[in-house]
Design a protein around this ligand. Structure first.
Ligand code: 8YV
Length: 315
């Protein structure tokens, strides 16, 4: 029996690639030089899409796959997938929630500490010989006890909050609705008010058209020259030009970022800044979590094509 044909929109580690190719005929869209031509050639036979969290699967692509039934995202975020077309066409969409929550939250804490305590420049201070030649490295401000504002209190936001409580940080949040389950954490009605209260603002929101630039110039001003921004969600949640302005003119203290507009091609204004910590979109990037994400991504495809409900459906 011939295998079901799927379109692969982004690369996977070998441990996922192999089983995916054993189960399906895989068309490697991400390797094609002329992507529209590639899709014109194979799109007619494609019944499933396997993509990454940051992949774009837009209307034009979906329209080029008339037999498409399911899109399986290797990531919790699915903002790159055009859900409206999927709903119109009754195409199922799955993602990989839960399995990555703790690793993303761990990195958030690491990014906060690294930026706040200057861990990366301090490493450079040692390696470059500055410690020996110039003396002790510059002092930084303490992190524990500072006020943590969490923008978006889903699974990841809550896991971040639980960790920050261990650093004696008072915690407040803004979310679509109050979350009674988080007990004594304070709810703010707006991102600006949250930023005005917080010393460190964590962006853990799922990106939607409504959250685009939710961290805007006003929010950054409210966070202020001593404030720090930590973003592990999507670049679109932050007005990147306003952020760069605020970092350059020091009206914002600092930013730790795992996500960027046009990543991996960063805005060149980031590179010379000494008040940012830059990470290569690696919140979920551990061997253990990526293996779990890959398995879930394949299991969702498998469930659909054996006539069962998706394990972790988006729609
Ligand atoms: C990446 C992510 O997708 O889960 C998400 O939404 O952004 C990450 O986990 C990862 O690069 C795999 O594509």
């Amino acid at each position: 029996m011939s295998k079901i044909e799927i379109l692969q929109v982004g690369p996977y580690p070998e441990w996922d690639q192999k089983p995916l190719e054993e189960e399906f005929t895989v068309h490697r869209y991400f390797e094609a030089d002329d992507k529209p031509a590639f899709l014109r050639r194979v799109g007619g036979a494609v019944r499933g899409v396997a993509c990454r969290g940051e992949s774009i699967v837009n209307r034009q692509m979906i329209e080029a796959m008339p037999k498409l039934e399911v899109i399986s995202v290797y990531g919790v975020g699915y903002d790159g997938v055009d859900l409206d077309v999927c709903r119109q066409r009754n195409i199922r969409v799955a993602n990989t929630p839960d399995v990555l929550t703790n690793d993303v939250a761990d990195l958030v804490v690491g990014m906060m500490l690294a930026l706040g305590r200057g861990i990366v420049p301090a490493d450079h201070w040692v390696r470059s010989g500055a410690w020996k030649d110039k003396g002790p490295c510059p002092l930084m401000h303490r992190v524990h006890g500072r006020r943590a504002g969490i923008l978006g209190l889903g699974r990841i936001g809550q896991a971040v909050g639980r960790r920050l409580a261990g650093f004696d940080m008072p915690i407040a949040y803004f979310s679509r609705a109050k979350k009674p389950e988080v007990g004594e954490w304070t709810y703010f009605d707006s991102p600006v008010e949250l930023a005005g209260w917080a010393d460190v603002l964590f962006v853990t929101l799922a990106a939607t058209p409504q959250t685009r630039h939710i961290v805007d110039q006003q929010v950054l001003e409210a966070l202020g020259p001593e404030g720090m921004l930590v973003n592990v969600s999507r670049a679109a949640n932050v007005d990147e030009e306003a952020l760069l302005d605020a970092l350059e003119n020091r009206s914002l203290g600092g930013a730790a970022l795992d996500v960027f507009e046009n990543e991996p091609a960063l805005n060149p204004r980031f590179a010379p800044l000494d008040n940012v910590l830059l990470q290569p979109h690696q919140g979920s990037g551990t061997v253990e979590t990526r293996k779990a994400m890959g398995k879930l991504m394949r299991d969702n495809l498998g469930a659909h094509f054996s006539g069962n409900p998706l394990l972790t459906p988006v729609i």
